[in-house]
Design a protein around this ligand. Structure first.
Ligand SMILES: Cc1cc2nc3c(=O)[nH]c(=O)nc-3n(C[C@H](O)[C@H](O)[C@H](O)COP(=O)(O)OP(=O)(O)OC[C@H]3O[C@@H](n4cnc5c(N)ncnc54)[C@H](O)[C@@H]3O)c2cc1C
Length: 422
């Protein structure tokens, strides 16, 4: 069985891992990047707390020595289902079974100015760009004599009060409180406001009320100004416009407000469901196809009785679907019955700052916060990293940061070509 997997994120890499050494299965993993990365920690790269290599790993190194796994660096453009063929930006490949594990991409809800001017938070490249932009703006703030310009350079608006928005706000608040004065003495007590805005009436919408309240209180105490029931409607000429009629002048709008799945030519419009996700049956097979599957963020299924509106777009459903589909491919080859997917919800968590986090566990229903929740968050994220090497590097970095109360990755590293353009 010749299986093509498009995308090596949580879903794709777990599917590939489970199929390692299956004698009758050949896997080709296609990804537009040559590395797997860990999105839950990209905000730590963006805030110069971790180096990119701590949370990423090259596919080819991961696949080395695994005879039935091959990697192809390419972007999938379209599918020709009549010929079982995928069309890539650098060639074509044939498959017996095709799996979309292509994740989601940033959605700007149709706001072109926001797309053009905001800083996205979805990929590792976005994180490096954000790090560079924030650091460059701080350097510009040191030089300018214009107080209004300086305020715009130092003010940060984070749009999106989900875990990413909360975590990045907490980290930026700690940086401002611990590093700004120490390393940028020229700025003195210059105003540097940090806002977190969300269209909903609470932060961390899918989490428990206790977690939402704890987070609100902790961030407010750290100096983050939170604006709820407030949607971004435009961002131009360094002004963020809100649905409330308010505006904020800033050169830093961080966009952590929404994602939608990618659509591909060759997959019928009727095969897509809510959020442009590919609608599948209980075995992750895309509706109206015979041998095309979708797993992870890009898939939506309504057959799981506890999740009739689809699974949350987080890591665990992606991992569990990847593993279940691998077992089903092996079962198919052995003429055994397939197993319908059922999601086991292990809970959710968010870190707010040093020694501060919130954790919700569904069974038995439990909520905890503070230092213990923070330790749980660190442990879960550490063991979820892809290799021992990544775990060790991240652990080391966290220890240094914890005891030294600082980190030393605040370098602006850009290729000359890019640097000269900006
Ligand atoms: C900033 C951030 C923080 C997050 N924090 C958490 C968290 O704390 N906990 C949690 O559970 N979840 C979190 N999530 C969500 C979680 O990362 C996703 O649910 C998860 O990554 C989904 O896995 P996936 O395999 O479906 O997609 P992804 O991990 O997004 O992988 C998709 C892969 O497909 C590749 N790809 C896409 N299109 C193409 C193409 N056309 N051709 C070739 N390759 C392609 C991409 O390069 C990528 O490698 C976070 C997400 C973000 C962005």
């Amino acid at each position: 069985m010749n299986i093509i997997i498009v995308g090596g994120g949580f879903a794709g890499i777990n599917l590939a891992k489970e199929l390692t050494n299956e004698p009758n299965i050949q896997v080709t993993l296609i990804d537009k990047n040559n590395y797997n990365f860990f999105p839950p920690l990209i905000y730590q790269v963006a805030t110069a707390y971790l180096e990119p290599s701590s949370i990423s790993y090259p596919y080819r190194k991961f696949f080395a020595g695994k005879k039935n796994l091959t990697f192809r660096l390419a972007e999938l453009l379209s599918v020709d289902q009549s010929q079982n063929k995928v069309i890539l930006d650098n060639g074509e490949l044939f498959y017996d079974q095709l799996v979309f594990a292509s994740g989601a991409e940033t959605s700007y809800f149709g706001m072109e100015n926001v797309q053009k001017n905001a800083i996205p938070m979805k990929t590792l490249s976005d994180a490096i760009e954000m790090r560079n932009k924030l650091l460059q703006n701080m350097e510009k703030a040191v030089i300018t004599k214009d107080i209004r310009e300086r305020r715009k350079l130092l003010t940060i608006v984070v749009a999106g009060g989900g875990p990413t928005g909360v975590e990045v706000s907490g980290m930026l608040a700690e940086m401002r409180n611990g590093i700004l004065l120490k390393e940028y003495p020229e700025l003195g007590t210059a105003a540097s406001n940090l806002y977190l805005v969300d269209g909903a009436s609470s932060l961390l919408s899918p989490m428990s009320e206790a977690s939402q309240n704890d987070t609100y209180k902790a961030l407010t105490k750290m100096g983050v100004e939170i604006k709820l029931n407030t949607q971004v409607t435009d961002y131009k000429d360094d002004l963020v416009y809100f649905s409330t009629g308010e505006t904020i002048a800033t050169k830093n709008l961080i966009w952590a407000a929404g994602v939608w799945a990618k659509q591909f030519e060759g997959i019928a419009a009727e095969s897509y469901g809510r959020g442009r996700r590919m609608a599948t049956d209980a075995y992750n097979r895309v509706n109206l196809t015979t041998n095309v599957y979708a797993i992870g963020d890009t898939a939506i299924m309504s057959t799981d009785e506890n999740f009739p509106n689809g699974h949350p777009q987080v890591a665990q459903p992606a991992i569990q679907q990847g593993k279940n589909l691998a077992k089903n491919f092996v079962a198919m080859l052995n003429n055994k019955p397939l197993k319908a997917f059922s999601y086991y919800d292990k809970g959710s968590m968010a870190i707010i700052g040093k020694n501060k986090a919130v954790v919700d566990i569904p069974k038995p229903k439990m909520h905890f916060n503070g230092f213990f929740a923070w330790l749980v968050w660190l442990f879960i994220h550490l063991i979820s990293l892809i290799t021992y090497r990544n775990r060790l590097k991240t652990f080391y970095n966290w220890m240094v940061a914890y005891f030294a109360r600082d980190q030393s990755y605040r370098m602006i590293i850009r290729p000359e070509k890019v640097k000269n353009k900006s």
